[in-house]
Every structure is written in structure tokens, then in C-alpha cells.
Write a protein that binds this ligand. Structure first.
Ligand code: FES
Length: 113
């Protein structure tokens, strides 16, 4: 499914929220980090709440890490692994994502169709 235009994602900047299509739509988001796009379900691994309290604001001030606004879990942007906070070692659920024709596309998960 198409999520947004490639130009909407600045490196380390605001992400784009979307709803992953399927029988049970799930909140998800895409961000750009080190030139690559990354997509995850928008669900903290500490408590299943969305990460961003300001819509689209997933990165910390440094633009290097994704942060949960509720209790501060800090995730690596490139693989979603929590490196600090209450769920260290757990990993955001990554989605398959590509850029094609200046747009960002996410694969609808099998089992969620
Ligand atoms: S709910 Fe995300 S760190 Fe607690």
C-alpha cells in the first residue's frame, strides 16, 4: 500500500502515521534515517500504546533515536531495538517498506489481510 511521497520524510525528522490495511487495521508509521525508510507498527514494546504523543514526532531531539513519549523507551531507528528504558532488548515490529516512483510503499502483512 502507498503511504506517502518520499519527499515527505526528512532524515531524522517527523514521520508519517498511517493505518496498516487488513482485517484488523493497525496504527503504523514510517520514518527516514540515514537515507533509508523504515516502517514499524506504532506500538511501544513496554505497554501497547502509540509512541508519539505529538502526531508524527517519533525521533528524539538528536534525530538519532525513536522515543516512546509515555515512559521514554528509546529505540534504534534502523532496526527498532530498544536500547534504553523499560523494555530494553525488545524490538518494534518492523514492516516491509520500499521507495519506488518517489513514493513510500509498505507491504500489507500476510495474516493481516
Ligand atoms: S509505554 Fe512506551 S515506554 Fe512505557
Amino acid at each position: 500500500m502507498a503511504v506517502c511521497a518520499s519527499a515527505q520524510l526528512d532524515d531524522g525528522g517527523d514521520g508519517v502515521r498511517f493505518e496498516l490495511e487488513g482485517a484488523t487495521p493497525e496504527a503504523a508509521f514510517v520514518v527516514r534515517f540515514a537515507g533509508q525508510v523504515h516502517a514499524y507498527l506504532n506500538q511501544c514494546r513496554h505497554i501497547p500504546v502509540e509512541l508519539d504523543w505529538q502526531p508524527g514526532r517519533f525521533f528524539d531531539a538528536s534525530g538519532l533515536y525513536l522515543v516512546c513519549a509515555t515512559h521514554g523507551a528509546t529505540y534504534r531507528a534502523h532496526d527498532g531495538v530498544c536500547i534504553e528504558g523499560p523494555c530494553v532488548g525488545r524490538r518494534l515490529q518492523a514492516l516491509r517498506v520500499i521507495e519506488c516512483d518517489a513514493a513510500v510503499w509498505v507491504a500489507v502483512q500476510s495474516g493481516n489481510e
